[in-house]
Design a protein around this ligand. Structure first.
Ligand SMILES: [Zn+2]
Length: 177
């Protein structure tokens, strides 16, 4: 589909960290990875993807309770997760606000230099850090030591491996929330 590129128009193009670019029209909600012309696969995340794509629901609930979002009308979600990823890896994440193009079915899209497996690990690592931060501010020594004890046995790559195996990523449970 070679649609004419209109700068600033609906046919938005995402400049990827690798130097290639992709038209937002080529990315759809079911996509988890984009096979790029550079030869790599880049993780694709959209605002409509639920945070449970990365971590279990119960953890998402804890995050929502413990983490303050700048806009209290917006609950902690994928938007915040990807915001944190972008803060940590500003050079490796491309994003585009496509809210003006309702046909796409999503309002925000992020494409990372790393693949979806690596992104998953990055996200889980950052979430653990966020929770550690939240717990340490709770001034509850018991909660902190419990958390640290829990985390001693927590191995991010193992968790990601299992979580990805348990969840059928194209299955009915991975629909937008
Ligand atoms: Zn690429």
């Amino acid at each position: 589909m070679a649609e004419p590129r209109v700068p600033g128009g609906d046919g938005a193009t995402l400049d990827l960290p690798c130097g290639e670019s992709v038209a937002t029209g080529k990315l759809d909600m079911g996509m988890r990875e984009y096979d790029c012309d550079c030869g790599e696969s880049h993780a694709v995340v959209m605002d409509v993807h639920p945070p449970s794509r990365f971590v279990p629901e119960f953890l998402v609930d804890i995050l929502r309770e413990t983490i303050d979002t700048t806009d209290e009308n917006v609950e902690f979600g994928t938007l915040h997760i990807m915001g944190v990823v972008m803060e940590e890896f500003p050079e490796e994440v491309a994003s585009e606000d496509v809210a003006e193009n309702p046909d796409l079915g999503y309002a925000m899209v992020w494409v990372t230099d790393f693949n979806s497996r690596r992104l998953h690990e990055v996200v889980v690592e950052l979430i653990v850090e966020l929770m550690e931060h939240a717990v340490s501010h709770a001034e509850d020594d018991e909660a902190m030591s419990q958390f640290e004890a829990d985390m001693l046995n927590f191995d991010v790559p193992t968790f990601v491996e299992q979580y990805r195996k348990e969840r059928d990523f194209s299955g009915p449970h991975d629909r937008p929330a």
